[in-house]
Design a protein around this ligand. Structure first.
Ligand code: AMP
Length: 603
């Protein structure tokens, strides 16, 4: 287990925030929180090497909130994120942490959202702004955002901002922030350009890196399920039901609240389950563990701290219902199974944006974690039927069936039916509230491959073998960059087989502006809400470029794109009437309807 302080109280946070953390069920700080919070509270600049899932949001959000003067309704902190989704998520996290800070206001601003709404919200005032670089830049230029009172600036997922072509915008913003403020930069990796930005704009930053200890986990079968198309709870019960050799499980979640909620839900579904968390006193904890040992309980839902050191040989499965913060926690968790010479099973639930953490775990444990296909309804039914048959066979072999055979014969005779039909009626009765056939939907297959902006790797299962290797292993650059250099005409890599019509547009930025393909992709993806996989071929010329986009673009999206800037130049997107440069575009057909995230324009 990581050597982190056991308590948030040790980190120097105020009583108000400590109270909030208790209320929302955070038991202990994650390693990145334990290290970053004191440093930020002391006022240092900071470089944090951490990825999604490590708890980095709270690591910068909590100290930042300690600095806010709620009475002053002016932006005092600015958090830059690469995507609108992350901006919203971070803003929501801050709002949650502010539940005991009346009057605290955080505002997400991002491309694609109507300016009118944003202007109204900005004029009403906010203490913290969370935004994507392009839109923040716009508001600074229009003077609708004023940073004179800025105390803290956070660059979240800096390497993603670089990859999406926003780093110049980020620098532009950094150059326009007041000299006196604290800056924290978080990045999963530290490419040279990010280092350079850190050196230029951060003052004597402390560098914090979460180490990933390597460990072997030989006797444990490790699998992961990529969360998609089904609730985690439904997926969990399906998996547990068909797992071979299931005896008992420890399920890990992040908060105390979640232990109790999940225990209640599993109990309601007929499992002998209980919560194990830091709120239980020593005696109660021991009782839960005793019950797990004796078989009075089959499932214990625990937080990391509460499950420390549990040694119950019958634990056949560990489920990482919430992904752990770091590899040490993972190794510790899965070490609760496969004990006393038995084989163990570790199941990990991974949200698409947590895939990077999955890869880190694989590297640290030096063992691949195989994808798990969720059991279908038919699989569950088959398992239930086979268990049922097994039970019937056991009873058939038992003594004293004569009395019951007699009853069956009587019913058959009285009702003028065969013994088979009577047996069928009895089998139906014997389901005991748990039908042999399960209702509900089968999960949809995992989403189509997309270049997830929060994750530098393609999603699993959707690319060929070679593409599934991390980029570093393939020895090439990210696909956008590698295509964005010298040739006269650049094509975007064919990553999926889209269908539907494409329209070619011309934009007023080209090679002479220093623009690369990735800049155009990043700007369009963020400003118009078009996933990068739906952006077709891009051709760079000296003074302009062409880009193919799905037909049927909503008016709001095309308006947003008309105003979009790349490298500070308005792109003035319009249908291309000009030169036909090769016929490849006709082959790239997309489903235009599906490729625009309509929702983002409704807000
Ligand atoms: P992040 O890495 O910041 O995206 O956080 C990942 C998830 O962990 C979020 O759902 C947080 O609410 C949760 N989380 C962060 N810190 C803690 C903590 N100390 N205890 C429990 N959950 C946490």
């Amino acid at each position: 287990m990581s050597s982190t302080p056991d308590s948030f109280a040790d980190l120097g946070l105020s009583e108000t925030l400590l109270k909030t953390l208790i209320e929302i069920g955070y038991e202990t700080p994650s390693p990145i929180q334990a290290q970053c919070i004191p440093v930020l509270l002391e006022g240092h600049d900071l470089i944090g090497m951490a990825q999604t899932g490590t708890g980095k949001t709270a690591a910068f959000a909590l100290p930042l909130m300690e600095q806010i003067d709620v009475k002053l309704m002016k932006p005092q902190a600015l958090i830059l994120t690469p995507t609108r989704e992350l901006a919203i998520q971070v803003a929501e996290a801050l709002q949650t942490y502010a539940k005991n800070l009346p009057g605290f206001h955080v505002l997400p601003i991002y491309g694609g959202q109507s300016y009118t709404i944003q202007l109204k919200q900005l004029s009403r005032g906010a203490h913290v702004i969370v935004g994507t670089p392009g839109r923040v830049m716009d508001h600074l230029e229009r003077k609708t955002l004023n940073l004179d009172n800025l105390k803290t600036m956070v660059l979240d997922e800096a390497d993603e901002m670089l990859r999406m072509g926003f780093i110049d915008d980020v620098e532009w913003i950094l150059e326009r922030t007041p000299a006196q403020h604290q800056t924290a930069l978080f990045s999963a990796t530290m490419p040279e350009q990010i280092r350079r930005v850190a050196q230029k704009y951060l003052v004597e930053p402390r560098e914090i890196k979460i180490k990933s200890a390597t460990a072997t986990v030989a006797a444990i079968r490790q699998v992961y399920w990529q969360v998609s198309g089904m609730h985690k709870l439904d997926a969990l019960t399906r998996i547990l039901e068909v797992e071979e050799d299931f005896d008992a499980a420890i399920i890990f979640v992040r908060t105390k609240t979640a232990t109790v909620e999940l225990a209640d839900k599993l109990s309601a579904r007929g499992y002998a389950a209980a919560a194990l968390n830091g709120d239980l006193n020593q005696q109660m904890r021991e009782r839960v563990i005793e019950q797990l040992k004796s078989g009075a309980l089959d499932i214990v839902i625990a937080t990391d701290v509460a499950a420390r050191g549990i040694d119950v040989p019958r634990v056949s499965h560990v489920v990482n219902y919430d992904i752990p913060y770091d590899t040490e926690a993972y190794v510790h968790r899965i070490g609760r199974t496969g004990r006393a010479g038995r084989t163990g099973n570790a199941i990990l639930f991974v949200a698409p944006r947590e895939i990077r953490m999955l890869r880190t775990i694989e590297r640290a444990t030096r063992s691949p974690i195989a994808p798990l296909t969720l059991p279908s309804r038919a699989d569950v039914t088959n398992k239930r039927v086979s268990d049922f048959k097994q039970k019937v066979v056991e009873v058939l072999n038992a003594e004293g069936l004569d009395f019951f055979s007699n009853i069956v014969s009587q019913i058959a005779e009285e009702q003028n039916v065969g013994a088979e039909e009577v047996a069928a009626a009895l089998a139906m009765m014997a389901q005991e509230g748990k039908p042999l056939q399960i209702a509900g939907e089968d999960p949809r297959p995992a989403p189509a491959p997309s270049f997830d902006s929060r994750d530098s790797r393609p999603r699993p299962g959707s690319f060929d073998r070679d593409e599934r290797k991390p980029r570093a292993d393939r020895g090439d650059k990210p696909s956008f960059e590698s295509r964005g250099e010298r040739p006269r005409r650049e094509e975007r890599p064919t990553r999926s087989a889209p269908s539907g019509d494409m329209v070619r547009y011309r934009i007023d930025v080209g090679r002479d502006h220093g623009v690369q393909v990735k800049d155009i992709v990043g700007a369009i993806a963020n400003e118009a809400g078009i996933e990068s996989r739906f952006i077709g071929r891009i051709a760079l010329y000296d003074e302009s470029s062409t880009v193919e986009l799905p037909a049927g673009m909503p008016g709001e999206a095309s308006n947003a794109l008309k105003r979009t800037r790349v490298r500070g130049v308005p792109i003035n997107l319009r249908p291309d009437e000009g030169r036909q440069d090769g016929g490849a575009s006709a082959e790239r057909k997309f489903d235009g309807e599906r490729s625009f995230k309509k929702k983002s324009f409704d807000r």
